[in-house]
Design a protein around this ligand. Structure first.
Ligand SMILES: C[S@@+](CC[C@H](N)C(=O)[O-])C[C@H]1O[C@@H](n2cnc3c(N)ncnc32)[C@H](O)[C@@H]1O
Length: 222
């Protein structure tokens, strides 16, 4: 998920007085969003879930890699968790270990998993993923990183460092937000990853749930 209005094409209006007012409003709105997002608890009732086409992509990837032990950071209301838990079930069993810091969201995600009949294939660990994912008690086959963008060190960077010793050789990591400091880490050959950014072409009817970037970073360990 990405929130920015600064990366725009050159304006068409050509009137500095008009664009100055518009830019001021944008800066104010960006500031409000950033202040709200600085503490995830401010967004307890608001989830930004993967779109259907990204969820379908995750399901296919998890099936194709035969993943049985999956880690997800973070889970929000459990939408991506359900795609991954269904893949684990259809791979013959295993577990998704999800992480979510907002207690109300943890409760909602667990309810959604129960409603979908997937509770036995997923758990949501409540708390800061930087702590709850320190030991996932198994060799990880597949990771989905989908926290909120933040100042470095980002959650994605901290979590990939935490998970690295727990990855099986050949594990696949899919990162939705493609944070710069995550790229620095996985593109450094000393850390043992190979990584590539691939565009995803969203269907025209992807709708409002397609707020996130239309790329995934695919990272292979080993
Ligand atoms: C973009 S949402 C995840 C959406 C989810 N993957 C889905 O598709 O339904 C990001 C989530 O990260 C959670 N979060 C932010 N910082 C966290 C942290 N340090 N540990 C665990 N969860 C965190 C937020 O509360 C938010 O629900």
């Amino acid at each position: 998920m990405t929130t920015t209005s600064t990366n725009r094409a050159a304006g068409t209006v050509g009137d500095a007085r008009v664009t100055g007012v518009i830019d001021g409003i944008r800066a104010q709105q960006d500031g409000m969003i950033q202040a709200m997002m600085s503490d995830p608890r401010n967004m307890a009732g608001f989830g930004i879930s993967v779109s259907a086409f990204k969820g379908d992509t995750l399901y296919v990837l998890a099936r194709a890699t035969g993943a049985k032990w999956i880690v997800e950071c973070a889970s929000s209301f459990g939408v991506s968790t359900m795609y991954l838990a269904a893949a684990v079930r259809d791979n013959g069993g295993g577990r998704v270990i999800g992480a979510e810091i907002v207690p109300e969201k943890v409760e909602t995600a667990r309810k959604h998993l129960a409603d979908a009949g997937l509770s036995e294939y997923a758990e949501i660990r409540e708390g800061d993923a930087k702590e709850t994912l320190a030991d996932v008690a198994g060799e990880i086959d597949f990771v989905f990183l989908d926290g909120w963008p933040s100042e470095p060190p980002t959650l994605a960077r901290t979590v990939i460092e935490l998970l690295r010793p727990q990855l099986r050789p050949g594990a696949l990591i899919v990162n939705d937000n493609i944070e710069d400091d995550y790229l620095d880490y996985v593109r450094d050959p000393a850390n043992g990853f190979r990584s590539v950014t691939l565009p995803l072409l969203a269907p025209a009817d992807a709708g409002m749930s397609n707020l996130s970037r239309s790329e995934f970073e695919f990272t292979l360990f080993g």
